[in-house]
Design a protein around this ligand. Structure first.
Ligand SMILES: NC(=O)c1ccc[n+]([C@@H]2O[C@H](COP(=O)([O-])OP(=O)(O)OC[C@H]3O[C@@H](n4cnc5c(N)ncnc54)[C@H](OP(=O)(O)O)[C@@H]3O)[C@@H](O)[C@H]2O)c1
Length: 251
């Protein structure tokens, strides 16, 4: 189990949910992991503890990915602790379910600033650190990119934008030995889907009914695919949008 031995990885938004699981799976495969968080210092500390208790290597670093100064600091601290970066996972993201009447400049900018601008800022910083050895970027998109949902016009648009960035940059960065792919999770049980009220709701029942494999996804369903894309097993894979969703066909 050492597909990522000694690789240096940043996972944004890794204090909980899908990001926390990716951080743990990366560390279990030998990566040195930076567990980024915005507000959940305690959650990030618990993820680091789980990793180190398991014999892995990790630190937590604060940083709001939508703020350039925070991103610069995140990458500086990573380099100081572990050396140059090998893998960036853009997982930090927020989702709001809001009918068009409720969409505001505020909710538009909050989602686009974190989900899209945040990913561009981290990618810029990562490309600088990858240097001649190249690197690997995984963008956590959503099935909502391919299948935009009612009350998710802005959120779905952020993920479609992220996928466009994946494909554009695969063409731009391939010559620098940088691979970049999107993972499109289906509905996944996380702290986020609990606090947003999805879990236990009629919407959850509908999501499961529309998922051929008949359940909500779990964070580890996504983390295992992130390990694959980050590893040399996927050395010939770039510019792809990979659905990891139990086959969900609608929201
Ligand atoms: N769960 C699903 O059903 C699902 C489906 C498809 C795609 N996704 C995508 O998967 C990703 C993770 O979702 P999740 O359900 O695991 O979310 P979650 O449980 O709500 O966790 C979100 C994570 O993102 C972090 N974060 C939020 N804003 C940030 C910022 N400005 N800078 C840095 N970190 C920030 C949070 O950190 P703090 O707690 O420290 O603020 C937290 O660690 C998101 O991009 C989401 O769009 C989720």
């Amino acid at each position: 189990m050492s597909k990522l031995k000694n690789k240096v990885a940043i996972v944004t938004g890794a204090s909980k949910g899908i990001g926390a699981s990716i951080a743990k799976y990366f560390a279990a495969e030998g990566a040195k992991v930076v567990v980024n968080y915005a507000s959940s210092k305690e959650g990030a500390a618990q993820v680091v503890k789980a990793i180190t208790d398991n014999g892995g290597t990790a630190i937590s670093v604060h940083g709001d990915v939508s703020k350039e100064a925070d991103v610069i600091k995140l990458f500086e601290e990573t380099n100081k602790a572990f050396g140059p970066l090998d893998i960036l996972v853009n997982n930090a993201g927020i989702y709001l379910y809001e009918p068009i009447e409720q969409v505001s400049q505020e909710t538009f900018h909050s989602q686009f600033n974190i989900n899209v601008l945040g990913s561009l800022l981290t990618i810029q910083a990562a490309v600088k650190q990858f240097g001649d050895k190249g690197g690997n970027i995984i963008n956590i998109s959503s099935a909502a990119s391919n299948m935009p949902m009612a009350t998710g016009s802005v959120y779905s648009a952020t993920k479609a934008a992220l996928d466009a960035i994946t494909i554009s940059l695969s063409k731009e960065l391939g010559a620098k030995k940088i691979r970049i792919n999107s993972i499109l999770p289906g509905s996944t049980e996380t702290e986020g889907t609990h606090t947003s009220g999805v879990m236990g709701s009629d919407f959850e029942t509908k999501l499961v009914a529309n998922t051929p494999l008949g359940r909500m996804g779990q964070p580890e369903d996504i983390a295992k695919i992130a390990v694959f894309l980050a590893s040399d097993d996927a050395a010939w894979v770039t510019g792809e949008k990979l659905s990891v969703s139990g086959g969900i066909y609608g929201f």
